[in-house]
Structures are given as C-alpha cells and as structure tokens.
Design a binder for this molecule. Structure first.
Ligand code: SAH
Length: 255
C-alpha cells in the first residue's frame, strides 16, 4: 500500500504526529527530514513543507518521486480573510489560487502559465473525508469561548506573510475583480496543489486560522501554534486516518 503523506507547515504542528508515529524511520533527503512509519496502522510519510511556495513544491515533489506517496494531506495555519472566518476556526480548501501569480498580459491574471488552470480544486473524496474529520476531530474544543467553525472554500497562497489591513485589501480587491473570494491566505497550499495536479495525485489541505492577516498577525503566533494549531492538527489527522481506514475496510471484498 502506498503511503499517505502528511505535510505540516510548522514544526510545532508536526510534533504531535511524530510522537504517535510507530516504527519511525528518519530519511534525510533534499536538505529535509522525512519520517516514514505508521499512524494507527496506516503507512504514512511525515514532512515539514517549509515556508513559501518553492520550498513546499520541492517537499511535495520529493514525497512523490522518492517516497511514492498516494496522496498528500496538508495541515497548517493561515490568516482569515473571508467574512466570519475567525481566529480559532478552520478552513478546508476546496480550491487554491496563487495570489501573487501574474503573467499578464501573456496569460490571464492568476492563471498558471501553460496549464490553462487558475483555481486548482482539491480532490472531492479526500475533501469530503477531511471536512468530516474536522467536524468529528474538533468536537468539544473551544477557542476564546467559541466552538471552532469549519469553513470550506477558496484558499490563496503567495510568498509573503500578509500582515496589514491595506495589504490585505489590495490582495482581496484584485482577487474579487477576477471573481475569486478567498476565505484564507497562506504561503504554500496552491504550490502543493500545483505539484499534485502535475502528477495527478489527490490533494487536500486544512488550515487553522491563526490571525486575520492584519497588523497584529504576528502577535502570539508561536503561542497559538503551540497551544491551538498543534492540538487541532493532531485531532483532525487522527480523525482523518480513522475514516480512511473505515473506507478501506468497506471496500475490501467480503469472503
Ligand atoms: N514565525 C514563524 C513563521 C511563520 S510564516 C516561524 O517562526 O516559523 C507563516 C506561516 O503561517 C506560513 O506557513 C503561512 O502559510 C502561514 N500563515 C499564517 N498566517 C498567515 C498570513 N497572515 N499570511 C501569510 N501566511 C500566513
């Protein structure tokens, strides 16, 4: 069985998963660390995406070429930019756009040159499993006195940490003008989606909202990742793996 790749954006998010990894084997490759093993009996490869689109693309390509993964699941944090998307909520990306990609007038703005693609969609089946895993995994949790809301929609990625109201406004206005209304902004998702698109691999990602992409975006970032995102990622991935298992069992022919 080909392994499932679990990509985390930050070390704190990965720590909880590493603690649970059975038969852990560390492989150094492409200047990165990959952890092969099993989670609840399911073969997995854990890796840190690293920050930014190119770094995440390198990690994804290595997972596919070197480790032969069957699909990539991404967990990370992001800035909430959609209405009602609050710190402590999660956004499951149903599609991905690079907000800093602009090869116009040669290609329409935001279009990935030579692919004809602009918004890359997550895999339907993985997306459905992930949304269900978010609901069950986060049950009973609260942040700032409020149960986390699970949103689903467009996530945009670019090579900058967005932390100013005017900066966010500029990015959103240009996206809206072209018919894109994102819920969250981050720095890797669309790159991983593009690599998976090129290789024909299923991809889905979930982001815990750590900030509102405004001037206070960096405040308490580390504490939030450690206290909240780490717990969310662990719970969501566990629930996701349970569901993948159930699906596998259901698909086994009965004897
Ligand atoms: N201080 C961190 C670096 C954070 S970089 C460290 O020490 O490692 C920001 C990370 O969070 C990236 O993975 C990015 O995808 C995500 N992110 C969270 N909020 C963001 C925002 N407002 N804009 C862009 N990326 C954001």
């Amino acid at each position: 069985m080909r392994p499932l790749a679990i990509l985390s954006a930050l070390a704190d998010e990965q720590a909880g998963l590493l603690e649970q990894l059975q038969g852990a084997q560390r492989v150094a490759h492409a200047g990165r660390e990959f952890w092969c093993g099993q989670l609840d009996g399911l073969p997995v490869v854990l890796a840190l995406s690293r920050i930014g689109k190119v770094a995440a693309a390198t990690t994804s390509a290595a997972l596919i070429e070197r480790f032969g993964v069957a699909q990539i699941l991404f967990t990370g944090v992001a800035g909430g930019v959609g209405e009602g998307v609050q710190v402590g909520d999660v956004v499951v990306g149903s599609s991905y756009v690079q907000h800093d990609l602009d090869a116009s007038p040669l290609f329409p703005r935001y279009q990935i040159p030579l692919t004809g693609q602009t918004a890359l969609a997550a895999d339907d089946a993985v997306l459905e499993t992930l949304v269900a895993a978010c609901h069950s995994g986060l049950q009973g949790l609260q942040h700032a006195g409020r149960a986390p809301v699970v949103h689903q929609g467009l996530v945009v990625s670019g090579d900058r940490f967005v932390n100013g109201a005017a900066e966010t406004r500029g990015i959103l206005d240009a996206l809206h003008l072209h018919g894109h209304a994102p819920l969250a902004v981050e720095m890797e998702g669309a790159a991983v989606a593009q690599v998976c698109f090129d290789y024909g691999l299923p991809f889905a990602a979930v982001r815990t909202i750590s900030d509102r992409a405004d001037a206070s975006a960096h405040v308490d970032f580390a504490v939030f990742v450690q206290d909240v995102a780490r717990v969310y990622a662990q719970r969501i991935v566990s629930a996701f793996i349970q569901r993948v298992f159930q699906r596998l069992q259901l698909s086994q022919p009965r004897r």
